[in-house]
Ligand binder design. Structure first.
Ligand code: MN
Length: 745
């Protein structure tokens, strides 16, 4: 829109401004439904009623200006409508539904997409973070038009940035430079990119910007004359060789001069090509012909020739570049391209709405594999279908297998699609994962199997006393690295468990044999055994006993033999004690029946005792024994269904009296089932309580049995029925839990 007619520092009348837009739409010759666009304007005007921009103009004028930029970019009707409405969800009471009702879900989705991008918190970071941020915006957008509308919005905001506070100018300019200009570049939209960069530079380095502007201004009469004569020279040269062409000239955009000054550490007089020329021809053949003519007319600067026609840039850019020296001794750059290439260079991905693509598409396709394969695929689709389908298909799918989320500090974390808070936690640090007790996404507690969405803000709750990863996590985690870290934990953690168990077993074996525990810290005693077993440390030995690499009895005997063999006095004392204790123990054993696994079986010594899997009794439960065929005595609870059902009849005689021994040091495995109303965080709450009670949970599995109803099965080790009762009573108090039952009861 012509800014001389619509002065942004006056207060433009919205309706007059909008009529201007309508006129421009009609002049563009595109077949838009003007009624629909006007309805969008009316809705925006009503919704933003009473809101003003910083310059005092009614807010809706921003929407009209942005829509005008979108029109100039060549966007389609839905995009123009959505641009008029783009701030409605963010800044007014109207919702997605309101927009969808009036303009359809496509427009509503576009507006919502822009709103989402607007809400992304920007913080300046290192380059890699910026690239992730850009990718995330692209991925969040889902529909590429959301990004294009956002760029139009940003462009107008940058054009009117003068009215903002210095702080806001700085932040928005940095964001423009780091996010939006690179996005425009990636989408091949050179015009938008240049303008965004120049506007941003104006606020980021006002002095540098002014220096360049002043110099250009001072040189302008000279440059103008030079450009005019050179242009005519090129035109007549081409004409003489029968090539029809259009020659354009311009001063290079400020930021590109600025960058050259700083990257090549030259001052402005050393930046030799301030002006650039463009020769636009009808065919690729003519591009190369024109190049030859140009090199014949002017002296080329060696090493400055680049052929982006045979090798297009990743953003589809195609042209031949060369720098030559004019008769005045001034070097200048020339870009040679076809019209198709020209539109693609100016408008990038948006060029596909604005102009029909010809040969350029084919030549892009023959290029190397690049990041823009998705655009090529879309272009191929375009050739086989009409424009409507093309727009529909133009979804950003290049990050389909990735998801981008924020840490609470604003870092963007890139995870595989389908990733969960578990993946997130382990991607930050193994320790975070291993100590995770819960996750909060966008301020709400979620289950650990929640599938992360683009733009989610993820916070991991940890606790020093967290029980560590659960085996289920291996199925929930999506990323290989998280799974590897969980497996490592189990391996290491099992080792810790094994060490503890092995030490307990060995110590109890020592006690049984009356051996002094000092032997376990006597290197002369244990080192022969270690080397025999190829172990490094005593902990290794414990671990070995713990997982059954050597039995405790055998290890104790070996150590005793070694001690006897060495036979020092200390050791002798230890061995004497050992012998005494062994005798005492034998006598005790004679007095009392054997307790096996903490259970006394009446009338039978030394029989095999095992605990039934159906009811899993623990010390304190009333119990009864069943003589199995060949597998010793199986211990059941007296309230076990199997006992109640079979205690009479054929098997009556096989049930025998058993009781718990008076001293029990082991813990016992048992299971209970929790019925609950399904809700977010249920399993987490249960796990947290179990953890708080220091329960030794072996497994915990949850499933939904019917809509809204969940069953959680917990298998754990306890020392007594009293402990178990307490744990169950605490679980029963978790909100939503309706019932807790022990197995077999
Ligand atoms: Mn806006």
């Amino acid at each position: 829109m012509d800014n001389t007619i619509l002065k942004p520092n006056g207060v433009p009348d919205p309706d007059a401004l909008y009529s201007e837009l309508e006129a421009r739409i009609e002049a563009s010759g595109r077949t838009f439904d003007i009624g629909r666009i006007r309805a969008a304007y009316e809705m925006a005007k009503r919704a933003h009623e009473g809101q003003n921009r910083r310059d005092g103009s009614p807010y809706v004028t921003h929407c009209v200006y942005a829509a005008d930029i979108a029109l100039d970019m060549g966007l389609d009707e839905d995009s123009i409508v959505a641009t008029l409405l783009h701030d409605i969800i963010e800044d007014t009471a109207l919702t997605h539904e309101d927009i969808a009702r009036e303009f359809g879900s496509t427009v509503a989705d576009l507006v919502e997409g822009v709103t989402k991008l607007t809400r992304v918190q920007y913080t300046s970071k290192e380059d890699e973070q910026m690239e992730n941020m850009r990718k995330m915006l692209l991925a969040m957008a889902k529909d590429i038009r959301v990004i294009l509308i956002k760029i139009a919005d940003r462009l107008h905001n940058m054009r009117t940035m003068a009215y903002q506070s210095p702080e806001k100018q700085r932040i928005k300019s940095l964001e423009t430079m780091e996010i939006y200009a690179p996005l425009a570049h990636r989408l091949g939209m050179q015009r938008a990119k240049w303008e965004l960069e120049d506007l941003a530079l104006q606020y980021l380095d006002p002095t540098g910007y002014k220096e360049i502007m002043d110099t250009i201004e001072a040189k302008m009469p000279q440059l103008d004359q030079f450009m005019e004569t050179t242009k005519e020279k090129i035109e007549s040269g081409m004409k003489a060789e029968g090539i029809s062409c259009t020659v354009q000239h311009r001063i290079k955009h400020i930021y590109s001069i600025y960058r050259k000054m700083y990257s090549q550490k030259v001052d402005l007089s050393g930046v030799f090509d301030l002006c650039a020329f463009r020769v636009i021809v009808d065919s690729i053949q003519d591009c190369y012909n024109a190049l030859g003519i140009l090199h014949y007319m002017f002296k080329p600067v060696p090493g400055r020739f680049k052929d982006y026609i045979s090798t297009p840039k990743p953003n589809m850019y195609q042209s031949v570049h060369t720098t030559v020296i004019g008769t005045e001794g001034i070097p200048f750059e020339v870009q040679i391209r076809t019209w198709d290439m020209h539109y693609t260079a100016e408008y990038g991905v948006a060029a596909h709405w604005k102009y029909k693509m010809g040969d350029a598409v084919g030549s892009v396709r023959s290029g190397d594999e690049d990041k823009f394969a998705w655009i090529r695929r879309l272009l191929e689709t375009q050739q086989e279908s009409d424009a409507g389908d093309f727009i529909h298909d133009l979804k950003v799918d290049m990050f389909a297998d990735e998801v981008f989320v924020f840490s609470p500090k604003g870092d963007v974390i890139n995870l595989p699609n389908g990733a969960t808070p578990i993946d997130f936690a382990y991607s930050i640090h193994s320790d975070i994962g291993n100590h995770m007790i819960g996750a909060v996404v966008n301020g709400r507690i979620v289950n650990l199997n929640y599938i992360l969405q683009n733009g989610d803000i993820v916070e991991i709750r940890t606790s020093k006393s967290a029980p560590g990863p659960n085996r289920d996590w291996l199925n929930i985690a999506k990323s290989g690295s998280a799974r590897t870290k969980i497996k490592q934990w189990f391996k290491r953690e099992r080792r810790d468990e094994n060490i503890i168990r092995g030490r307990e077993m060995l110590e109890s074996e020592f006690k049984h044999n009356g051996m002094s525990l000092d032997l376990l810290s006597d290197e002369a005693v244990y080192s022969p055994l270690l080397s025999k077993l190829s172990l490094q440390t005593v902990d290794d030995l414990y671990a070995c006993v713990g997982y059954g690499g050597i039995t405790a009895t055998r290890a104790a005997h070996r150590l005793r033999d070694e001690a006897l063999h060495l036979g020092t006095s200390d050791r002798k004392t230890a061995i004497d004690k050992m012998t005494e204790a062994a005798e005492r123990r034998e006598q005790q054993a004679k007095r009392e029946q054997h307790a096996i696994n903490g259970v006394l079986v009446e009338g039978i010594d030394n029989c095999l005792v095992k605990f039934s899997r159906c009811c899993m009794p623990v010390p304190g439960d009333p119990i009864v024994g069943f003589i199995t065929r060949g597998q010793g005595v199986s211990i059941h609870r007296k309230d076990c269904r199997n006992y109640l059902n079979q205690s009479a009849g054929d098997n009556e005689a096989r049930w025998i009296k058993v009781s718990w021994a008076s001293q029990i040091s082991n813990s016992y495995v048992t299971t209970f089932t929790i019925a609950a109303r399904d809700r977010n965080g249920l399993v987490l709450d249960i796990a947290t309580i179990l953890n708080a009670l220091n329960a030794k949970v072996r497994t915990l599995s949850a499933r939904t049995v019917s809509p809204g109803e969940a069953l959680v099965v917990v298998t754990l080790e306890v020392k007594s029925a009293t402990d178990l009762k307490y744990i169950i009573s605490r679980i029963a108090s978790v909100p939503g839990v309706t019932n807790v039952t022990r197995a077999g009861g």
